[in-house]
Design a protein around this ligand. Structure first.
Ligand SMILES: [Fe+2]
Length: 490
């Protein structure tokens, strides 16, 4: 494997025993290009034509306080498939924060687990004291990559083929973009929201396939909230106001501590291209939901699938290193217990119906994006290692029949979010592949695996060697080259 390395960045992180700076969460330092990757097993499907993009968190400098894995600097990894061959490259997102800390040769901001007073400079986003490290999600819209930060950030653009930085998105509002803007591949539109600590506390926005901001409206809330994700149907966007948010009394003293409040979950149903006055609110059982799956319209109802947390405020983990008990608890799915769940909002009478779809603890789901906002059948979720934010397998659900299939990795191997890549000329919804990066802690390297989405239980149909061991992270996406080129598939 011929590896071309870029000049190294200024790096000051010292070795430690921090649970999320070691093992599968060891930050990666190098940026490389590899033109032709070696296939370890199987064959690269010749009909894969596009890019898998993965955002990971890689701390560069010695933290000022208590490191949280969501503080790390964003790094985009790309594997590009064409004609049965694959190439790889990875780049740090050149954020304002990264550039400032390179110049200062050290950390300038504290992290999620620190007091805001620790920062040496004003921060960005909902918390107001964090570095916008653009390390959470990555999507492709209007022919370019957009990377984002979970507590709202500026939205960084990169070239999807070369990962060359293309600067900060010009339409980014003053309150930023939240982690999960959604792309409607049929229309090429990007739907997004943001949230903040000042009224109206939340906004909703739309950007067309030509990258023009076409709508930006207030979604007024009673106070600061912490929504993470959104969903959409063909005609509506769905935002949420859930009862897990910062304690207002502590927040007034500058302390950002979340707790459950005695309130229902609330959902804002917003007509796409609509105004603030058009928003309708629905109530449901209290919970917190990190990620939604898909949504669609059926008769008078809007159907929304997501992961209902049975225990949004898990107890601190006694086995965590001192000072990290809460962080370890909130990174462990087995603590907050998310389960696949369906909400139905009746537009005729304003009521909500809810239904648990499965009893397994799953999260970080994907589905065939061609069915975004439309009635769909198959979802693919991840399972995690108890106690850890590490993916150890996948579950496929058939929402029509209730059947499910699992694929679990051997001990010491951890996956990344595995988006669905449709097969060229696919005739069925699950006719395609799941693509994931594996971190192999036993062997000390990484590889890319491709699963046949119709038979995930059979394991990878192809394994491809990667040039270095990746750090774990949060989100990933797949973009067909046709979609990159044309900006819409509808
Ligand atoms: Fe997320």
């Amino acid at each position: 494997m011929k590896i071309e390395r870029l000049p190294a960045l200024n790096y000051t992180l010292a070795p430690s025993n921090h649970p999320y700076l070691n093992g599968a969460w060891t930050p990666l330092r190098e940026e490389v290009d590899v033109a032709d990757l070696e296939v370890i097993e199987g064959e690269i499907p010749a009909d894969l034509d596009g890019v898998y993009l993965r955002n990971t968190e890689n701390q560069i400098h010695q933290p000022l306080g208590r490191y949280h894995p969501f503080d790390g600097d964003g790094m985009i990894h790309q594997i590009s498939f064409r004609g049965g061959r694959a190439s790889y490259r990875n780049r740090f997102v050149r954020t304002r924060g990264l550039e400032a800390e390179q110049e200062a040769a050290g950390s300038l901001w504290g992290g999620l687990a620190d007091s805001p007073k620790l920062g040496k400079r004003p921060g960005f986003g909902a918390q107001g004291a964090l570095k916008d490290s653009s390390s959470t999600d990555v999507v492709v819209h209007a022919g370019r990559v957009l990377s984002t930060f979970y507590q709202c950030g500026e939205g960084y653009r990169l070239d999807p083929e070369t990962l060359e930085p293309q600067g900060i998105e010009s339409w980014t509002p003053i309150d930023g973009i939240s982690a999960h803007p959604k792309v409607d591949e049929a229309t090429g539109e990007l739907l997004f929201f943001n949230y903040s600590k000042h009224a109206p506390f939340m906004h909703y926005g739309e950007v067309d396939r030509h990258n023009r901001l076409t709508n930006y409206i207030a979604v007024p809330l009673p106070g600061p909230r912490l929504p993470h994700d959104m969903a959409f149907t063909t005609n509506y966007a769905i935002l949420n106001d859930l009862p897990l948010f910062w304690d207002p009394e502590l927040l007034a003293r500058g302390i950002h501590a979340v707790r459950m409040h005695d309130l229902p979950s609330r959902f804002a149903i917003i007509p796409r291209h609509g105004r603030t006055k058009d928003i309708r609110w629905f109530e449901a059982a209290p919970t917190y939901v990190l990620h939604w799956m898909n949504a669609y319209e059926e008769c008078n109802e809007i159907v929304l699938d997501g992961y209902f947390q049975e225990n949004p405020t898990p107890s601190p983990r006694a086995d965590a290193p001192p000072g990290y008990e809460n962080m370890m608890a909130y990174l462990d799915e087995h603590g907050f217990r998310p389960k696949l769940h369906r909400w139905r909002f009746n537009l005729a009478d304003g009521t909500t119906r809810e239904e648990r779809l499965d009893d397994r603890l799953v999260e970080f789901g994907v589905f065939n994006q061609r069915y975004s906002g439309r009635k769909y059948r198959y979802v693919y979720s991840t399972v995690t290692k108890p106690g850890w934010f590490l993916f150890t397998g996948f579950v496929k659900h058939d929402l029509e029949t209730g059947e499910s299939w699992e694929f679990n990795l051997p001990a010491g191997r951890y996956a990344s979010e595995a988006p669905f890549a449709p097969r060229a000329d696919a005739v069925a919804e699950d006719d395609g592949y799941l693509i994931s990066f594996i971190i192999d802690e036993n062997a000390g390297h990484s590889e890319c695996v491709i699963l046949d989405a119709r038979r995930i239980e059979a394991g990878p149909i192809c394994r491809i060697a990667l040039p270095h061991k990746l750090c774990s992270g949060t989100h990933a996406c797949w973009a067909d080259r046709k979609f990159i080129r044309e900006g819409a598939l509808g």
